[in-house]
Design a protein around this ligand. Structure first.
Ligand code: EPU
Length: 304
């Protein structure tokens, strides 16, 4: 029999806020206020799903049955910055953009390349958030978490196995991270952050309802004329654009005219519209170039 989790408040049929602004609900949602409450959540449902900032998440319309856990209590938002050593400790629920600003203000270099990436720290770690200006995995020393039995786990950067938009942390419930940043001239770090933000403002639909890039940038498995050589990682946005997908639409979901790897939603869109549009886009790119696109957006589906 499963243990009761009386001390943790459970909200029923709760909305799951995501950057798409659409999608299904959680049958049960918990906001643990302490490590003990998080442990109780794991005990009650070891299949629980952690909701970060919802910046890279699509929840299919029927919602999810597993316990959804949001780490937004004050104890999950701690960030401690040691200017002299460059050591930063952050809890999993801390806001990544806020932490980037705080470290840049403190004159620490290492996170400014992630400017404009919306995420919780935990979510950013699990998917090794980043882009052409850097990835969070590059500055990680250690990751702290709990496994699905509730046991504490510490992983070094090597053990965390960061790779392009992925990590070996998917089995963990990440609770915090220690980063190693580099003391630098605050004005220079700030200038770099502004350059990164400016690049993204010009090339991406920053204010639209979307989850950033929907597909990972593919590595070519053979030479593709006019696109790149075998072994090269190319922009998914560029190939989606070249396949003529800009402006494609399914229901309330459409391919952004500004950056083709961004799918944007109207308020009345269904998650199903986004999923179908992703399938259409991937099919067109495969037909045009023989390139298989892999989703970057995480899709939560109700398991039977
Ligand atoms: N391009 C097009 N058409 C488009 C989009 C892009 O021709 O519709 C071309 C651009 O002109 C440029 C090239 O493709 O020459 C690369 O575009 P961009 O610099 O925007 O980079 P990206 O590879 O498409 C990656 C990350 C982004 C990150 C940017 C900048 C992935 C899947 N995407 O995009 O990350 O913001 O670099 O750092 O790795 C995300 O992961 O959600 C995301 C938005």
């Amino acid at each position: 029999m499963r243990a009761a989790i009386a001390p943790v408040q459970i909200e029923r049929n709760a909305p799951i806020p995501t950057w798409f602004g659409i999608g299904g609900r959680a049958d049960r949602l918990a906001r643990p206020q302490s490590a003990e409450e998080l442990a109780a959540c794991i005990e009650s449902d070891s299949d629980l799903r952690i909701l970060g900032d919802g910046a890279n998440l699509l929840v299919d319309d029927p919602g999810v049955a597993e316990l959804v856990v949001k780490l937004d209590a004050p104890c999950w938002k701690r960030v401690e910055i040691e200017r002299d050593s460059g050591r930063v400790f952050a809890s999993a629920g801390a806001d990544l953009p806020r932490m980037i600003l705080d470290t840049v203000r403190a004159g620490l270099s290492g996170l400014e390349g992630l400017g404009g990436v919306p995420a919780s720290v935990g979510g950013a770690l699990v998917m090794n958030a980043g882009g052409r200006f850097g990835e969070i995995g590059n500055v990680v020393s250690r990751v702290f978490g709990l496994d699905r039995t509730g046991a504490m786990v510490v992983r070094s950067r090597d053990e965390a196995a960061f790779a392009y938009r992925s990590s070996g942390l998917k089995d963990l419930i990440v609770t915090g991270v220690e980063l190693s940043l580099t003391p630098a001239d605050p004005a220079k770090v700030r200038e770099h952050l502004l350059e990164v933000m400016d690049y993204k403002k010009k090339s991406q639909p920053m204010s639209a309802r979307c989850a950033g890039c929907c597909f990972k940038n593919p590595t070519l498995t053979r030479d593709v004329a006019g696109v790149g050589e075998r072994g090269q990682r190319v922009s998914a946005g560029m190939v989606i654009d070249r396949a003529g997908c800009k402006g494609l639409q399914v229901g309330g979901a459409s391919v952004s005219e500004r950056h083709a790897n961004f799918l944007v939603t109207a308020p009345d869109a269904r998650a199903r519209d986004v999923i179908e549009l992703m399938e259409n886009v991937a099919a067109r790119v495969q037909a045009e170039f023989g390139i298989v696109l892999e989703p970057e957006v995480v899709v939560w589906r109700r398991t039977p």
